[in-house]
Unconditional design. Structure first.
Length: 101
């Protein structure tokens, strides 16, 4: 019975680790044009929505434990979108790629 329980626990931990890595991209450290070094970090996979970003309000970054606090009010994929600024698909992809970390 103990052996079966250990196998189940080990399988769950392995599955969790594999899935967590599958849902995130590792970003290497780099230097900005102003000379500031940005440490390596993980971000959610880029896609067409902001609601699964670690920084989105209510989400928790599994690597830092920090809760997101950004509503992305100017992004139409956010349920908090205020309609003030329209983005086209290319702008959203650019924004998700470079600003939603």
């Amino acid at each position: 019975m103990k052996k079966a329980m250990l196998i189940i626990i080990a399988s769950c931990l392995a599955f969790t680790f594999i899935c967590e890595k599958a849902w995130a991209d590792g970003v290497n450290g780099y230097y900005r044009t102003n000379g500031t070094y940005v440490e390596p970090y993980y971000r959610s996979h880029p896609n067409r929505t902001v609601t699964d970003n670690y920084s989105f309000k209510g989400n928790v970054n599994p690597y830092t434990g920090r809760e997101g606090n950004n509503y992305y009010r100017q992004n139409p994929t956010s349920p908090y979108y205020d309609g003030r600024k329209q983005y086209n698909c290319e702008t959203i992809q650019y924004h998700n790629k470079y600003h939603n970390r």
